[in-house]
Design a protein around this ligand. Sequence first.
Ligand SMILES: [Mg+2]
Length: 213
Amino acid sequence: MEKTAQCNGSESCKDGGETITNAANGTQPFCFSAEPTMDDIRRLQAEFTAERDWNQFHQPRSLLLALVGEVGELSELFQWRPDATEGLPGWTEAERERLEHELSDVLIYLLELAEKCRVDLPRAVLCKMALNRAKYPAGRVRGSARKYTDFSFSEMSVIHQTGGTDKQAPKLNCCGAAHKQTCSNLRMMSMYSLVQHKAKVFLVVLYHCSCSA
Ligand SMILES: [Mg+2]
């Protein structure tokens, strides 16, 4: 999606040939501005920190705690708000502005934490999405909120054999090892489920034999 104007909740975006108009409280499709990029934000925060000689304080552990604090501030906005559905209908402009501020605080600290940990976050996100697609093949888990570790043996087998059935799964070389590890984990879980299943069958047979004896 490419946005054609700076985003303040009322601009238009282009998704392919389709033009999308963002509405502040709407439930219509929504997109972000093309800029700033993640690296733009990382650089802006790095400049902000360096100008104040705050790098001495901005070590990974402290940044993580700051991030958690900002998540807490964000959570306060949603506390006791059952009306907080998609598009946030009924929220005032002031409430939406506070939301923008807290979301931004969270993102800024997250990106600075990634920088200080030397994690290339945009690339890492692509890899993680590929792993998520492998763990949750759309054709198998659609409409289900179960965690992948709660899938049945047969479901796990299908997932392992296919390595994911999601046609949109990106082919990323950077995720090759991680994807193999995921498949390996799924295979181990499948075997564990099989052992559990056989143990249950054995106990049932044993129970019936003892009853008939
Ligand atoms: Mg804040």
